[in-house]
Write a protein that binds this ligand. Sequence first.
Ligand code: ATP
Ligand code: MG
Length: 320
Amino acid sequence: MKILSGIRSSGILHLGNYLGAIKNWVELQEKADKAIYMVADYHAITTPYDPKKFKNQVLDVALDYLAAGVDPKKSLLIRQSQIPQHTELAWIFNTITPVSWLNRLPTYQEQIKNSPNHMGLLDYPVLMAADILIYKANVVPVGDDQLAHIDVTNEIVKKFNHMFGETFEPVKPYLAEGARIMSLKNPNNKMSKTGDEGIALNDSAEAIREKIKRATTDSGSEIKFDREKKPAISNLLDIYHLLSGKKIEKIEDDYEGKSYSQFKEDLAEVIVDYLKPFQQKRAEIEENMEVELILTESEKNAIIIAEKTLKTVKTSMGLI
Ligand code: ATP
Ligand code: MG
């Protein structure tokens, strides 16, 4: 099993990124033959950003990976933009990917509602396919918003193999139990870095309490899981369950006859306690480790693997 996954350095990571992706990364690095975790900086520049802050934003994401337990002895931690083979392979894939596979994707359609429509947004899944396939990764731990992009990757695999000979294996998504954590303001949108407010992994206890207090709730007063009729409270129950390990039914029983506000106060403490060790570890790493050095070491290794794939690809295409 070879793993590749990444997160855009487009803002501060939140509970959805942790529960939907990073938590699995830490488990998978133990079992995988190779695990590569990427700071997706080239994906991040597809939405507005501040160039003066960007480099630190990238290092902050790598710091979050380390604090969450990604171990540079077991995994490679890389910046997408430092391995030029990703974008080279993306160009090659561009030449075999019909635009119609991309412009109907829900993530793209959603994004162009809010941002200027440009090629980078449309092409995002092609670069993602290259990110994965340049390392011949076959398992990709992601949240469920990325499933359609994995489908595109597999279409590209089929088409490339058909045109130029068996080169790539199909890719499997690996979904976490927390694959879709919703926004606290609007439970119909997923929590995201660039959209609705979420709980950031480095939020202070005060900020967490305040955000949970203000989180949207549904009509009625029962603490009951019902994704359709009570999406807001169901999302909060999900978070409670995932962070405390208690079954949803048990939480419902515990809060029978109790108020939303009591439930929310307790949930805030569950989150604060859960994030405390992460935050402590993050502060220690920030003090003691050279994050950029860890990245450059990993990148040297990643480039060797990436170049090997690119050579094979170029050879089968008649480029070299
Ligand atoms: P952005 O708004 O910049 O796109 P994002 O929060 O959607 O930020 P990404 O960098 O796009 O984060 O995604 C990183 C990983 O986190 C992906 O595997 C994605 O599926 C997962 N993920 C993102 N949001 C959630 C969520 N709300 N719940 C579970 N997983 C999520
Ligand atoms: Mg996203």
